[in-house]
Design a binder for this molecule. Structure first.
Ligand code: HEC
Length: 91
């Protein structure tokens, strides 16, 4: 009984954590978290559609430049967008 209670508690507690990034161990996810998780937590890719991500990354490149951070290289931009679009929402 105690073991069951503990198992249930574990499910409840982990259910309250913010959803981890999808496919978090992939190189795209790590690059995304690293380049896009500095000023705010990295948003979950599901929160926007693929075309919204195109716009969003362009807008964020302006913020990155304004903050004096190194600009995304075209490789980085491509990997991040590929990751975001692969996991993007549909509406
Ligand atoms: C230099 C700091 C900085 C970095 C780095 C940064 N952001 Fe942002 N981001 C912001 C700020 C500030 C906002 C708040 C909204 C605004 O001011 O436009 C924001 C907002 C957002 C939003 C929410 C927009 C909305 O309408 O709710 C998304 C999504 C986002 N960023 C994605 C990204 C992605 C993707 C990257 C990496 C390419 C990134 N951010 C990197 C500063 C940053």
């Amino acid at each position: 009984r105690a073991a069951l209670a503990l198992a249930l508690l574990t499910i409840v507690v982990s259910g309250c954590k913010p959803a981890p990034l999808p496919d978090a161990a992939s190189p795209g996810a790590q690059l995304y978290a690293n380049r896009c998780g500095r000023c705010h937590v990295p948003y979950n890719p599901h929160e926007m559609t693929a075309s919204m991500w195109d716009t969003q990354v362009t807008m964020m490149e302006v913020k990155i430049q304004a903050a004096g951070m190194p600009a995304l290289t075209s490789d980085e931009r491509e990997s991040i967008l590929e990751y975001l679009k692969r996991n993007a929402g549909t509406e």
